[in-house]
Ligand binder design. Sequence first.
Ligand code: UTP
Length: 299
Amino acid sequence: MSINIAIVPVAGQGTSVLPLTKSQPKEMLAVGRKPVVQYVVEELARSGIERILFITSNGKSSIEAHFDIDEQLIQYLRETGREPNLAELDYERQNIEYFYTRQRRQLGLGHAVLCAQPLIGREPAVVALGDSIIGRNGDSRIVQRMISAFETQHADAVIAIEEVAADQVNQYGIVTAANPDGEFLMLTGAVEKPALDSAPSNLSIAARYVFNSTVYDALQRVEPDTNGLIQLTDAIELLIQDGAKVIGVKLGNQTKRYDIGGFDSYFKTFIDFALTDPEFGATLREHVQTILTSNESEG
Ligand code: UTP
């Protein structure tokens, strides 16, 4: 049976975008018309995922509510002549079963993934970060390609890879590969947020992973970083050191990773999605052009 379960960690505190995240989850921030995590779930559904295990924490219950079937709202829309709006709730009826467990202390992404172990057991699983969209409108097929690589290459782990600009390597997990231009990159190392001058490459880990159960053993052996956090990237490095087969699959040339890890990337992501909105994108582009032209003439 092909992999059909995904772990979606959403338990982080989102401190980089305070005060937006004081009382709402970072993963529920709007990007265009939808909250970030809805793009993630829709992408997974299109990739054949049928079960999603969210790793949640205090203050994240609006994520659970977002994926509930809201009969009251549906009835209200019908009774008040707002049937056209019903289509906006179609995502509630995707062929997905949802499960939730809590990360009771925010000890890092690696620790969040480890919280899935008692529920997932020995089953291989996708990991998809709840704060990162892959492709405009989440339309990427990367997870499908990764599942297929995991199966055909008999890999222990498959990591999505995006090439980033040299001045961004300190924001991501960075990997090295024996064959950086191959279809399946044979990974030889992984390091979390290296300094700009010591980064081993510009191949960044792009928020999607497939793991077999050896990752939990590696996560249990990872030493906390200087901030006391268990990093998933460090577990990948341990897997590689153990001799596990860890493969990288690059995002397509036209496919971007959109994350909302900070205001800079959040603003850019929102603008990208809003400017291409099928209904309002054209007028918004005109609006932005007017602002930019008037600023230039003022300057
Ligand atoms: P980040 O490190 O970007 O999220 O993790 P964060 O911890 O919320 O970031 P700060 O506070 O702004 O620096 C990427 C994904 O992993 C989840 C986050 O919710 C996010 O979706 N995560 C992170 C956890 O589930 N648990 C953690 O302990 C850390």
